[in-house]
Design a protein around this ligand. Structure first.
Ligand SMILES: [Zn+2]
Ligand SMILES: [Zn+2]
Length: 362
């Protein structure tokens, strides 16, 4: 057991969504994990379904995410510190601290970690030197409790609800995405794909000073972008490249691809202004044919984006003061025991599903 002086009252067993094989899962009673050195045990208050989770559950990344079964997914969460591992109190951590989690935990000593790019840790997957990726290959937060390294939890401002704070991980990725593309004051920014990530990128682009934000999509999700005061282009009604170029008088300075198809990536390059830049957050599963001559002759920069680095602490104050609203994206709430219905709702986009909340203690 965790020493009484460093833990609140902890149940020895907990509810968790346990994946036993591709697409085979159930809510089960499993032992509550214990925090090791530089780790905290947290009581999970809220966890969201991320767009990556259905792929992990369906087994689209065999041997990688997850590496082995049984496995507990889930990495967009908030909660309360209820147990302190060795060496944590000395670093200022206290029981009862409200926190939000993020998935990447770099080793802390490789060249990439030392320059702050821990999302590209050279020891990815090497747990013996301290690397973790929670909810991907390390046990995650679709559970009543989760253990995290103190490198992968952040203190939540008092004015931010834990329900909203569970969106810190995707919001921090959206912020990293606009920073990679170097959105400047007054820039026009086009966003392809108004899913949860596109709608967060919209808000982050504005928070860092974009002058205009134009979202390309269709249906309910595009309507949500309009509700968030973006200009919109329905790609089923007109050619999105022509339309965005026309609206901006020559193309936006920044284009962000959140759609993740080969076609959307080519459109991003085609609509981008001379000298502009593109961030790519969607992961196309097919090869993309890019207009290479335009990329070269118009000096267009393309930036890949993997998760985030260092933007969790930056995004939390923007969430706390409402410039980035997670509440606007929450469409459904379920208890963890209702996980199968919650997943169906999310995957099928039932009832305009965007962010689907799970409550492990409901
Ligand atoms: Zn995620
Ligand atoms: Zn590293």
């Amino acid at each position: 057991m965790v020493k009484a002086s460093t833990a609140l009252d902890i149940h020895p067993e907990m509810d968790a969504v346990v994946l036993r094989a591709p697409n085979t899962f159930a809510v089960e009673r499993v032992p509550t994990p214990r925090p090791g050195r530089h780790e905290v045990l947290c009581r999970v208050e809220t966890v969201f379904i991320c767009g990556t989770d259905p792929h992990i559950i369906e087994g689209h990344y065999p041997g990688f995410w997850p590496r082995a079964y049984p496995f507990i997914p889930g990495h967009e969460w908030s909660g309360t510190v209820v147990g302190l591992g060795e060496g944590v109190a000395e670093l200022g951590w206290r029981l009862g601290e409200r926190v939000a989690g993020t998935s990447h935990c770099g080793c802390g000593v490789c060249r990439m970690c030392l320059i702050g790019r821990y999302n590209l840790c050279e020891n990815y997957g090497n747990e013996s030197v301290g690397h973790r990726q929670y909810g991907h290959y390390t046990q995650g937060a679709y559970a009543q409790y989760v253990v995290h390294s103190i490198k992968s939890v952040f203190k939540v401002p008092a004015s931010l609800s834990l329900d909203e704070a569970a969106g810190m991980d995707p919001a921090s990725i959206a912020l990293h995405t606009v920073k990679r593309a170097q959105v400047g004051p007054g820039d026009a920014v086009a966003i392809l794909g108004p899913g949860p990530m596109g709608l967060l990128v919209l808000q982050c682009a504005r928070a860092v000073g974009a002058g205009r934000v134009i979202v390309v999509g269709r249906g309910d999700r595009l309507a949500k972008a309009a509700e968030l005061d973006a200009e919109t282009v329905d790609y089923s009604a007109s050619d999105p490249v022509d339309e965005v170029v026309r609206m901006t008088g020559g193309g936006p300075q920044v284009v962000i691809d959140c759609a993740g198809s080969g076609a959307s990536l080519a459109q991003a390059v085609e609509m981008c202004r001379k000298g502009g830049s593109i961030s790519v957050i969607g992961i196309p599963l097919e090869a993309a044919a890019l207009p290479i001559q335009k990329l070269v002759l118009q000096e267009i920069s393309v930036h890949g984006v993997r998760a985030n680095r260092g933007t969790c602490e930056e995004v939390l104050p923007l969430m706390a003061d409402g410039r980035i609203s997670i509440r606007a994206l929450i469409t459904h709430r379920f208890s963890l025991r209702e996980f199968p219905q919650a997943l169906e709702t999310f995957v099928g986009r039932r009832g305009g599903a965007l962010k689907v909340v799970l409550k492990p203690w409901a």
